[in-house]
Design a binder for this molecule. Sequence first.
Ligand code: ZN
Length: 491
Amino acid sequence: MTHTTVRHGLRLVTVIVSVLACTFIFAAAAIQFGIHTLNQWQTYSSIHGMQPPGSHDSVLVFAPHSDDETLGCGGLLSLAKSNKAKVKVVLLTNGDGFRFAAARTYKTVRVTHQRMIDLAYRRQGETLYALQQFGLVRSDVEFLGYPDKGLAKMWEVNWSPDLPYTSSATGWNFVGYDDAPSRYAPYCGESLLRDIEKQLTACKPTIVFIPHPLDNHSDHYSTYCFVTSAIEQLASEGHDFAKHVKLYTYLVHRGDWPSSNKGADASMLMPPHSLIQGDTSWISLTLPDDVIRAKRAAIMCYKTQTDVEKAFLLGFARPNEIFGIVQSGMAATVPQGFMSTNVDLLKWRGIVPVVSDPVGDYVMAEMSRGGDVRSIYACTDRRLMFLRTDFAGKLSKRITYTIAVKNPDAPETSKPYEIRITKLAVSDPDGLMWSYKANSLQVTIPLSRLGAGDHLYIQITTKLSGITVDNTGWRTIQLMPSAADVKAPVR
Ligand SMILES: [Zn+2]
């Protein structure tokens, strides 16, 4: 082969690679534009209205970081306070992991542990000042002092005190803040769950506000897990308020939502298009002009944050706030021997999904439909749990499928039970039962592996070459307390 032939060959390969890359980028941009347009279009739909809390209500807002309570629920807090409702805001972290904000605030590239701790106290001050705009006082606010960007690890890995999480930002593996109610508590799931339970029992709320489980930020969806788990736990211990409490979710991070015109947006805030179609019912709270002004002023109190992402924050200063009621699915019960460990769609007839997941809401999901979760079904026969996941397209060998199930009530199984399937070949060491057919993947898990309890959390994650295609977040599944009288589902 001559040099000229090799050169021509190389040139041809370069041209083909460039054309493919351009086509990919163009397709991705077109899909992203479509998603963005759909989100914009939703601005013109309507959702049901909501009454603000009244004097008989006790409102408890859980926020992962200083500013989330204002972005998601600032107007609601203001109206609740003026209606003489009891109000409390609990911050799980002090936002001590936002290095860029620390660098910007202290004008240094050398962000030490002490700088991050200084930033945390500063953010606490901003929170108190912001919440003053809504009429809250110091005693209405609690800072638990857990690690920013560490809550998901505490939920998934660092559950017990003998395996605490260490924050790379502060160097702490325990609550080090002198104003925290549980100073020196280890950074672990058990400590945080106990602290949240204490806040709940002290407040006995009638309404609780938490981040939506499909919020993109791991601290946000983990806050959903910890608080729902604490409420379930207290309800099972017989606390009346926990059985009757109304649970609302608020959204802060979801793709490019809420896209706004540099904060000068007077249009109604609406949920992202993809989340309107899932298993969340959305309601809207209208804010009077003076409350919108107070919310805007409160957002501006967060100088460490507005210095970095002012337009995003002001995108929440709208004429309304939206809240989602997330339906928790109930796993069906079937007689022993009824369900096959192979995917048999006929056997699943009559069983409704426990989770409906948005489809095509991200570029990667739209381009790899075999990894885009559409719905999850669950049933048990007292011995085994059957989980079927349906995808938008046919399953693909190029995609890694991870199914994780967690039972927070069972300390012995505090680490999620995880099944990872790569190249459509399972990587579980002990003979797991699983199968797939077209768009459906089914795994079968012995209930003894999950421990006792009547609610579980499940998360499906799919990846293509290490890049996330879809992540359902942790979703709750209720189990029947007793599956003694089980019948086959209606055919
Ligand atoms: Zn946050």
